[in-house]
Design a protein around this ligand. Structure first.
Ligand SMILES: Cc1cc2nc3c(=O)[nH]c(=O)nc-3n(C[C@H](O)[C@H](O)[C@H](O)COP(=O)(O)OP(=O)(O)OC[C@H]3O[C@@H](n4cnc5c(N)ncnc54)[C@H](O)[C@@H]3O)c2cc1C
Length: 634
């Protein structure tokens, strides 16, 4: 964490200096905003937290509830999300309060007596042990939202949600600085029942499965007609079921199934109890399933074990179908390429699926992460509006893959034991597909933001289009062993990682030439950075030497990797790294010893891999993505 460089900080260093729109931020919602986010669920809160790092952008997030989410909804946090929380600075704290999944157990009818269940298998959550250094967690959605709320309140923009405001509709004009007119209704407070109009440059619909924003831009959700219903309950109970603190898939001889999810705090657990397909004419009567009925069904399935529920923290009948929207923004298919979007949708507003794979919250947050930095870059004049058209293109594919995966997994979970040809099919599927639900199979296709893999062989472990897979290094200035990727904050900046050739620091050669070019060439992407901003304001350039840290002379390291920062023009030394001899990143990530540049987007996805000599290619990659920062840095 970098601080004191703007003057001594006595208090909590996570509270960043207020700047731009964060100075005298109006408590009431202004009539005009740059970005209006609708809905303070995971998708909306992550998008707002990311945009809170752009002091030149007025972002507001409205929520129809009168205050924070207190309980319920999702609890599954995949490792990819914990990686993302690391960038927002709260991974360690949420890990400390969460339940950690390391194994899953599978229970099925005892062949000797199918009226009873027995444990038939255990599976490691990360069978390779190499999917991610971050854990798979279980913690309540409300806590995740709390951390994002804290992050944005501590940000330069001092952001916080505007509760008690319901989105009613919008209209998009063809011209004007604020072309989107949004109608809101006060659902709480002194103005309850009154409507008001807010005008925005962009609107982000993060308003969940029954999204009104989606409706207002004429998108349709396609997919399952029938819903599948689950009774879900978060309870405190006394039981003799031995795996009550392990994630379990339980199938009984009577055909019922349970997904057991132990929760944070050592006692609470969640049970999804399968209530079966909901028929067309059901008329939502399944929603009248009482908690007593859910508990009774759970006891049937768990036989011969018993469940004595002492307290019910939350329960719901959760009906869901597998559905996907036809587009993620307001640009009609026939308009593609003729205009850029003004309204976007994210999260459950775009894709719904079962809770079985614990994907809802996780994929929704990645929608927000993919979109928000792009909005920030366009609104701060760093990039052309065309950047915004990449959101729908990138995330629609991922949502489709998610629904296909969830369909397969939830179908397997709902199958009766006797319907399996191979009795180990369920646990095999779990083990063989572990990387997908963890969130690491996402790979964006080549586009203006993702280069063709022409030089992929120089860095086989940093797949272009996939997230940057961190690895250990040693930071030279303080000799600390650290994880390279964990140093990348959600600050909206691009990262350029320079993996050096074998030459020692300071010697002439490809590293020195690249450093000179990136720092001083008019073709360098850094040249677009506003002249009155810190040199590293838009690009975070790091160098990793092949030598051990004791052999790296930091004084000889080119200035490009030691930016001057803050009003006192201090030299920042923490961008210079060496290999960790116990885990050589060059080996781990298949890096060419001749040196290689790895370009990473603000949302942590690898955008390009190039030889150190390919400066013209690097310039050509960034040219269409950047607009010279003529405006005053805020
Ligand atoms: C009752 C329920 C139970 C769930 N249980 C599970 C579970 O057990 N496991 C799991 O993995 N996933 C579960 N989910 C799904 C998971 O919570 C979602 O996938 C995830 O929250 C999606 O995030 P989101 O931000 O897109 O939408 P949401 O979290 O649904 O957030 C949308 C927000 O928008 C607000 N909003 C809606 N309409 C308006 C409007 N017109 N104006 C202003 N604000 C509005 C809502 O109040 C809400 O705060 C559940 C969802 C629900 C609704």
């Amino acid at each position: 964490m970098q601080f004191h460089h703007h003057g001594y900080v006595s208090g909590d260093p996570r509270v960043q200096p207020a700047a731009g729109v964060g100075i005298n931020r109006p408590s009431d919602l202004p009539d005009e905003v740059d970005v209006l986010i609708v809905g303070s669920g995971p998708a909306g809160m992550l998008a707002a937290a990311q945009l809170s790092q752009f002091p030149g952008v007025t972002t507001r997030i409205v929520e129809r509830r009168g205050g924070r989410l207190a309980i319920g909804q999702a609890d599954g946090i995949q490792a990819r999300s914990v990686e993302t929380f690391q960038a927002f600075g709260f991974a360690e704290r949420i890990i400390a309060e969460a339940y950690r999944i390391t194994e899953m157990a599978f229970w099925k009818p005892d062949p000797a007596d199918p009226s009873r269940i027995i444990r038939t298998a255990r599976a490691l959550d990360d069978p390779t042990g190499d999917i991610s250094e971050f854990p798979h967690l279980i913690v309540n959605q409300a806590r995740v939202l709390d951390y994002f709320a804290e992050f944005m309140a501590n940000s330069p923009t001092r952001m916080s949600p505007d509760y008690g405001l319901e989105f009613r509709g919008l209209e998009v004009a063809n011209e004007g600085d604020y072309p989107v007119s949004v109608t809101l209704l006060h659902t709480a407070g002194p103005d309850e029942g009154q409507e008001r109009i807010v005008r925005a440059k962009y609107v982000v619909g993060a308003d969940g499965a029954r999204s009104k924003v989606r409706e207002s831009i004429g998108c349709t959700l396609a997919g399952d007609q029938a819903n599948h219903a689950w009774g879900v309950m978060d309870v405190l109970a006394v039981t003799d079921f031995p795996d009550i603190r392990t994630k379990c898939a339980i199938q009984s001889g009577t055909g019922g199934s349970i997904l057991l999810i132990p929760r944070e705090g050592g006692h609470l657990f969640r049970m999804y109890v399968d209530l079966g397909e909901v028929n067309q004419g059901d008329n939502r009567s399944v929603r009248n399933t009482t908690i007593e009925q859910i508990i009774a069904k759970a006891n049937d399935i768990l036989h011969p074990y018993t469940l004595d529920v002492r307290n019910v923290a939350w329960h719901s009948v959760y009906e869901v179908g597998h559905r996907l929207t036809d587009r993620f923004d307001d640009v009609l298919p026939e308009e593609r390429g003729t205009r850029t979007p003004r309204v976007f949708i994210t999260g459950d507003a775009c894709h719904t699926h079962s809770a079985k794979a614990g994907q809802g919250m996780n994929v929704s947050m990645q929608d927000g992460f993919n979109l928000a930095w792009k909005l920030g870059h366009v609104l701060e004049g760093r990039s052309p509006e065309s950047l915004l058209s990449t959101y729908s293109a990138e995330r629609q594919v991922i949502a489709k893959n998610l629904i296909d995966f969830d369909k397969e997994w939830s179908t397997l979970m709902a199958k009766k034991p006797e319907e399996f040809e191979d009795p180990t099919e369920l646990e095999n599927f779990y083990v063989n597909t572990a990387e997908f639900p963890a969130g690491f199979m996402t790979q964006y296709a080549p586009s203006a933001l993702i280069a063709e893999p022409a030089h992929q062989s120089l860095a086989t472990g940093f797949t272009i289009g996939k997230r940057f897979k961190s690895a250990p290094v040693v930071r030279v200035c303080d000799t600390n062993p650290v994880h390279l990727g964990h140093q990348a904050k959600a600050d909206g900046r691009w990262r350029i990682y320079v993996f050096a050739d074998g030459a020692p620091a300071g010697s002439s050669g490809v590293v020195a030439d690249f450093a000179e070019w990136i720092a001083n060439s008019p073709d360098s992407p850094l040249a677009a950075t506003p002249s009155d901003a810190d040199r590293d304001a838009w690009f975070d350039v790091k160098v990793i030497y092949q030598q051990e840290h004791t052999s790296v002379d930091i004084g000889a390291v080119p200035a490009a990797f030691k930016p001057q920062v803050g009003p006192f023009k201090l030299t920042y030394l923490e961008n210079v790294y060496a290999t960790d001899p116990s885990a050589d990143i060059f080996e781990l990530r298949g890096l060419d010893r001749g040196g290689v540049v790895v370009v990473v987007r603000p949302d942590q996805y690898v955008a390009n891999v190039l030889p150190l000599t390919a400066t013209a290619e690097l310039a050509a990659f960034f040219a269409p993505l950047l607009q010279a920062g003529v405006h005053e840095a805020v």
